[in-house]
Ligand binder design. Structure first.
Ligand SMILES: [Fe+2]
Length: 157
């Protein structure tokens, strides 16, 4: 019993997953702020359409930030909660001063690609550890975001 956590998962698998989820969380936080920047800074003929779409996207990212952080707590670990840590850990880089609509959308596509890749890795590891809760979270996100990438790429033509 001593090598399992509060929800019956092997402690070592839970620790590894929590670390990967913390890296995912860091990427979500930086990506969230990038999307917020696109929402604020975008200019041009499609301002109203893109401004609203970026709000929809960052709102969804913020929901997932909380879900990922609380999954880490559920596994028995502490989520990173300082931007200085997010910047260090995140693979997605801060994207500043972007006002061109296409560049904003390209930034979103790139970010979603990183998230999807990280989540596939988490899904695979969670499945191996019989961690259905983490696996289903990751697979829901992957399915949603793959569709978003298709739509964003359709916009880019
Ligand atoms: Fe706004």
């Amino acid at each position: 019993m001593s090598d399992t956590n509060a929800i019956g998962l092997h402690a070592s698998s839970a620790a590894q997953l929590a670390e990967k989820l913390n890296a995912l969380l860091a990427n979500y936080q930086i990506f969230y702020m990038n999307a917020r920047g696109y929402h604020w800074n975008v200019k041009g003929e499609q301002f109203f359409e893109l401004h609203a779409k970026f709000e929809e996207i960052y709102t969804d990212l913020l929901t997932k930030v909380d879900e990922v952080a609380e999954r880490i707590l559920t596994l028995g670990y502490q989520p990173l909660h300082a931007y200085s840590d997010y910047v260090t850990v995140s693979e997605i880089q801060e994207d500043k001063q972007v006002a061109d609509g296409k560049q904003c959308v390209q930034g979103l596509v790139k970010g979603f690609q990183v998230l999807i890749e990280l989540q596939r890795d988490i899904l695979s590891q969670a499945s191996d550890a019989d961690d259905e809760g983490t696996a289903s979270l990751a697979s829901d996100y992957i399915r949603e975001q793959e569709k978003t990438v298709w739509m964003l790429n359709a916009y880019l033509g």
